[in-house]
Ligand binder design. Structure first.
Ligand SMILES: [Fe+2]
Length: 288
């Protein structure tokens, strides 16, 4: 079992989830911008470093299986998508006090950028909903079990996972069965059989999986799987379908990283458009 953390502040070192997202932008700047990517180790903020230390220490296979049991029954709430957006909006994020955009505004910015580029309607919808799994924070989950780069558990950690060195403190590091290249999985078995570290991506995937096309689900489920979609790792666990869908995850990533600017979208004016889009794919209430 994981050793308990002592203080709530110890389990939540970040000012908010956006502090992690800012770190992603530093690691993966827009192609035109100067990259300091390989330097992040020394420059990274202590809170971000501490956040990854906790994440890599506590995300064991046993922990992930426990969260799957707890959340995949989806008996926490019944809510519509817009209602879930409003619920997420009650989450206070102190990471960017300068912009102070609400969670709904951030989601809508991503969706609007996708819409402006003429992508399919389900793609726009992914922009709108992809971070709704962060309501896990409101269910009392610590930051390290909600956000952060995701990675497979139950097999060797790729050194393409950021802060790989922190995995040495994970109890699974000493379980030899989990430390072969494929661990408990078979070569090319497909990511659907792989337990990913627990967080907002995996949770939302299970909440919406009956309602959206496979490409949309891949974008939701793997958008924080940077070791795979940005670094090219873990192809040995993928099947050809995963490889194809990873292209969609790559298409989505710039909208996730770079579309969240300082100008708030007109939420009131845009709401009817998005309510219609939601109703095209989702019933009035879904199980969370
Ligand atoms: Fe996200």
């Amino acid at each position: 079992m994981s050793e308990p953390l002592r203080e709530p502040s110890e389990s939540n070192p970040l000012a908010g989830a956006r502090e992690w997202e800012e770190f992603l932008q530093e690691r993966y700047p827009r192609p035109r911008e100067k990259s300091s990517f390989r330097d992040y180790g020394s420059n990274v903020r202590p809170a971000v470093r501490e956040f990854y230390r906790l994440n890599h220490r506590y995300q064991t296979l046993e922990f992930v299986r426990g969260k799957e049991t707890e959340y995949l029954a989806k008996n926490h709430r019944a809510m519509g998508i817009w209602e879930a957006m409003e619920f997420l909006d009650t989450l206070v994020d102190d990471s960017d006090p300068d912009t102070e955009l609400t969670q709904i505004e951030h989601l809508m910015q991503a969706a609007e950028a996708i819409r402006a580029d003429g992508h399919p309607r389900w793609f726009i919808l992914v922009g709108l909903i992809h971070d709704l799994g962060k309501i896990l924070c409101l269910f009392g989950e610590p930051q390290w079990a909600v956000v952060g780069d995701t990675f497979p558990v139950g097999c060797r950690y790729s050194d393409h996972v950021v802060f790989h060195e922190f995995f040495r403190d994970n109890p699974d590091w000493n379980v030899s069965e989990y430390q072969t290249e494929c661990g408990i999985y078979a070569l090319g078995c497909g990511l659907d059989r792989v337990h990913m570290s627990w967080g907002h991506d995996e949770y939302l995937y299970h909440v919406v999986k009956e309602y959206l096309p496979g490409e949309a689900l891949a974008m939701i489920r793997y958008h924080s799987f940077y070791a795979a979609h940005r670094e090219g790792a873990y192809t040995h666990l993928m099947n050809p379908e995963d490889q194809r869908r990873m292209e969609w995850v790559r298409k989505f990533n710039p909208y996730d990283l770079y579309s969240k600017g300082h100008e708030p979208p007109d939420v009131r004016g845009l709401r009817p458009y998005y309510e219609r889009l939601i109703a095209e794919f989702f019933p009035a209430k879904i199980a969370w």
